[in-house]
Design a protein around this ligand. Sequence first.
Ligand SMILES: NC(=O)c1ccc[n+]([C@@H]2O[C@H](COP(=O)([O-])OP(=O)(O)OC[C@H]3O[C@@H](n4cnc5c(N)ncnc54)[C@H](O)[C@@H]3O)[C@@H](O)[C@H]2O)c1
Length: 267
Amino acid sequence: MQNNLENKVIAVTGANGIIGLEVCRLALLQGAKIAAIDISDNNITALKENLPKEHVENLFYIQCDVRNRNALDHALSQIISRWAQLDGLHNNAAWKGKNLEDFFTPFEDYKLETWQEIFSVNLDSVMLVDQVFGSQMVKQKKGSIVHTASIYGLRAPDNRIYEGSEYMGTPINTPAVYAASKGGVIALSRYLAGYWGPKNIRVNTVTPGGVESGQNDIFTQNYSSKVPLGRMAKNNEIAEAVLFLLSDQSSYMTGHNLVVDGGYTQC
Ligand SMILES: NC(=O)c1ccc[n+]([C@@H]2O[C@H](COP(=O)([O-])OP(=O)(O)OC[C@H]3O[C@@H](n4cnc5c(N)ncnc54)[C@H](O)[C@@H]3O)[C@@H](O)[C@H]2O)c1
């Protein structure tokens, strides 16, 4: 059976990114109304230009910094005045900070300032977005929230896979701040699933493994060799799991962590 998101109003944060954009696209094709929330909109604009005509009115871009509580309140009021309800939330935005070199600094030298900068989006904002959009769902007595975590919220990275690895020309690793923030996202999901279960709000997590998005061949090979399915994920494979948890198909699931990682952490 296919997920059916017809006429569901869904807010997606980080909607301009690799995973969020695909969630928007696939949900729109299922007939959902999408509030695409992000700081920037170049990919969202391109998506709108290429959508079948009947879905165009169902894509509403809201420029919003998810760190800003007032901006989030305003985003919610725009959604409610346009569509009068909110059925789903994909709480998904994350950030590598202002300076990639700072983000990838070895742990011994990591700046507290950078740590806090990353947490301000990857975990603090996830809480703020839940507070604002989840409160609307509490009023409506129904809703589904999906958080995006990461396999590194479940287990430590094997740092050997980063030897010779680059992303957009920069040497990469997975810093502790990323792992810690994603571990926090998983804990927050479980907490809110317990807290809001009696209010008929479901809260689940999707935990993706690495998604193909321009990593160099060395990284792709190193990473894929650790994955039982032998490859990285495609963004639609993560998005489908998100859509399932947003839809009524998963109506008896809450507090769940749906791991979509080709078996990396499961075998
Ligand atoms: N891509 C992967 O391999 C992968 C793997 C595991 C988990 N994840 C997680 O999946 C989620 C989506 O990742 P992605 O790969 O699509 O990342 P991405 O960087 O492509 O997209 C993230 C989006 O969040 C937006 N954003 C950042 N800060 C913001 C702010 N303050 N306010 C509003 N928007 C803001 C960015 O503009 C961007 O469009 C993230 O939570 C990420 O940690 C990604």
